[in-house]
Ligand binder design. Structure first.
Ligand code: S3P
Length: 428
């Protein structure tokens, strides 16, 4: 059903975004493999993370879910049980790829599959290194879901990763938990490092030397409670909305600012954004409150090592670029083509509907921003980040817009539209 996206003259107030998706997934997965109970507060109750919970329940892990917290009753490194049915990973690339790394080291056979989008996403990137570790793993047509994983004895490898992907890095390191000998991965550029930080917290030896990471297989992992910070990828929609609408000021409380995730702040600041980091705190994962004020944005170049540090924020950065004076070039971002949708094609098509000057390139987009845009009927491609990005764009267009499948935002941000509405008028 189509959903109307209204314009706004300004946005003001304070919001708290849901928990970080990457950390929520990992808290459940690592909690399941640890000895003892893991109490998770701030867990993201989005569909992707619920897929992770349901897969681990299928492997015999008791997980209590209440409004206040999620409690994972860990079974230890060798405590997972053979699932009686297919492990369904829904729309979640993180569930699919990280789980595969864990399954590669189990003494049982399992099959995993996800929705139509997951069935198109490349799995060859994990199959190849896992096989080098000795894994017995097969995919449809060699590199697609469904994937079947059979028991095998794994051994550590040293692997030069062809793409900067935290999902790939994590799949290899997680298989390394069950391997003989050390496992080393070398990244072409630093991707998010939640896996390394959290495994260290559970007692594993994980050494990082630049972009080279080595895991020594531990005897056991010890459960540690996790307080999940707000997701900077969800905060990004309010950052851009606050910047492009006049007379706006939004405070976003409790946002994770792990440096492998703050490329969005760097890119927006390079575009002239007024964003303050307040009350910096946190240990394993740094956190702060972000305050954004309307700003006159100008074009920039977003490329190279910055890309993995803002990969999920590129759709909404394209929106910021459409309202920024001058040219913005996004390049080295081929990975966007293999996300929940082809986000280069999707964002080029949807922004063009508003009259924006956007050209698709091989590895990104070139956007000439700054002219007035008009409302339109948008397609989400069943991609939560495209839907939320176009909702932000619609706020600053002339005339209302609409979007199909607004419900897809539930993948990462079930209450997105309500929170956005709360900032219209004089929201507090
Ligand atoms: C994620 C890593 C990123 C990101 C995804 C979550 C993770 O994917 O796009 O939303 O939790 O490890 P890649 O690692 O494949 O780039």
């Amino acid at each position: 059903m189509n959903h109307t996206l209204t314009t706004a003259s300004s946005l003001r107030g304070t919001v708290q975004v849901p928990g970080d998706k990457s950390i929520s997934h990992r808290a459940v997965m690592f909690g399941a493999l640890a000895e003892g109970d893991t109490h998770i507060t701030g867990f993201l109750m989005g569909e992707d993370c619920l897929s992770t919970i349901s897969c681990f329940r299928s492997m015999g892990i008791d997980i209590d879910v209440s409004e206040e917290e999620v409690i994972v009753h860990g079974a230890g490194l060798h405590g997972l049980k053979a699932p009686s049915e297919l492990l369904y990973t829904g729309n979640s690339g993180t569930t699919t790829r990280l789980l595969c790394g864990i399954l590669a080291g189990q003494p049982f056979t399992s099959t995993l599959n996800g929705d139509a989008s997951i069935q198109k996403r490349p799995m060859g990137r994990i199959i190849k290194p896992l096989r080098l570790m000795g894994a017995d793993i097969d995919g449809r047509d060699g590199n697609l879901c469904p994937l079947t994983v059979r028991p095998a004895q794994l051994h550590g490898i040293r692997y030069d990763m062809p793409v900067a992907s935290a999902q790939l890095k994590s799949a290899i390191l997680l298989a390394g938990l069950f391997a003989d000998g050390k496992t080393t991965v070398i990244e072409p550029a630093a991707s998010r490092d939640h896996t390394e930080r959290m495994l260290r917290g559970l007692g594993a030896q994980v050494e990082s030397n630049g972009t080279e990471i080595t895991l020594t297989p531990p005897e056991t992992l010890h459960a540690v409670d996790v307080d999940v910070p707000g997701d900077i990828s969800s905060a990004a929609y309010f950052l851009v909305a606050g910047l492009i609408l006049p007379d706006s000021e939004i405070t976003i409380r409790n946002v994770g600012i792990n440096p492998t995730r703050t490329g969005i702040l760097d890119a927006l600041e390079a575009m002239g954004a007024d964003i303050e980091r307040l009350n910096e705190r946190g240990t394993v994962e740094p956190v702060c409150d972000l305050r954004v004020r309307s700003s006159r944005l100008h074009g920039t170049v977003i490329s190279g090592d910055l890309i993995p540090r803002l990969i999920d924020e590129l759709p909404v950065l394209a929106v910021a670029a459409a309202f920024a004076e001058g040219e913005t070039v996004i390049c080295d971002a081929q990975e966007l083509k293999v996300k929940e949708s082809n986000r280069i094609a999707a964002m080029t098509a949807e922004l063009s509907r508003t009259g924006a000057d956007v050209a698709e390139t091989e590895d990104g987009m070139i956007i000439h921003g700054g002219k007035p845009l008009h409302g339109a009927t948008f397609t989400s491609y069943a991609d939560h980040r495209v839907a939320m990005s176009m909702a932000v764009c619609a706020l600053a267009c002339e005339g209302d817009s609409s979007i199909d499948d607004p419900a897809c935002v539930a993948i990462s941000y079930p209450t997105f539209f309500e929170t956005l509405d709360s900032l219209k008028g004089d929201g507090t």
